[in-house]
Design a protein around this ligand. Sequence first.
Ligand code: PBG
Ligand code: ZN
Length: 328
Amino acid sequence: MKVDSPHVFRRTRRARSREVLRELVSETALDEGKLILPIFVHERSSKVEDIAGMPGVSRYPIGRLAERLAESVELGIRNFIFFGIPETKDSTGSGAWLESGVVQKALIEARRAFGEKITLFADTCLCEYTSHGHCGVVKGDIIDNDETLELLTRTAVSQARAGADAVAPSAMMDGQVVSIRNALDQEGFKQTLVMSYSSKFASSLYAPFRSAAESAPKFGNRRTYQMDIRNRREALREIRIDESEGADVVMVKPALPNLDIIAEARSLTDLPIAAYQVSGEYTMIKSAASMNYLDERAVVLETLISIRRAGADMIITYFADDFAKITV
Ligand code: PBG
Ligand code: ZN
């Protein structure tokens, strides 16, 4: 080495030399307690149904729900978010707030079977329940914001009444958090959390989910309410607004394409941040692995850890069980 070099030679590899040392200097940890597993519940038959495009994920009838949750609980997964596929749909999505709605029944059944051992999130939206597949009330060719709020609040209150620990409004209507917070408080659900899908981008990565939930819009698209992928400042504004409206948890979705938003949100808010590794992110990894093009376990770990490193406190992921199996 030249003695008069202006450059300094630094050995960053020292701390990488052995596994125990790497563990010691590691900055990011992830365990099952940070994961939320999405569960699809349907009421069309008593059969467990496969989902095209999401190998390893199924739709469960209420009668099979407890045994499905038990599999995850045994692996250490304790947090679930429920999505419902109703028997019938209508123009307002009235199945979303029925006392005997599919998600309401699922919440009651899950609580009966597991008590306080698990936390239950309910996705609060109308698209699975509307005949047109949009997340709100359709007026001509627009989705009416303020009329939709009324239906979302009804849905959230009915989910809280059925035992949800947290409601998760995903419709991207303006004012959805404050409307739901006020309604929950008025109805006596002061302890029910609101986890808002704050920065939810209009993403092509939701396609497998939409076939699973049969919730694809029958006309147009969701670009008049979900966010434009080009906008970073606006994504942060959505988070700031949801915080001011009383959200307990804010969410960024999809996860991997939006790590920059997660990282910036981390310095913007003190609230817990959730990231949703969405259906398309799941499917990309699954299908590449099924061709032996990728090592599934390694890629699952890498993506989940990087989402955590960006700043997410919790991750909604279809890989929750797989993660638990990898790390035992
Ligand atoms: C409903 C909802 C969607 C997702 C979560 N809640 C679909 C959509 O907005 O079209 C996507 C989840 C996923 O792709 O895994 N509004
Ligand atoms: Zn929706």
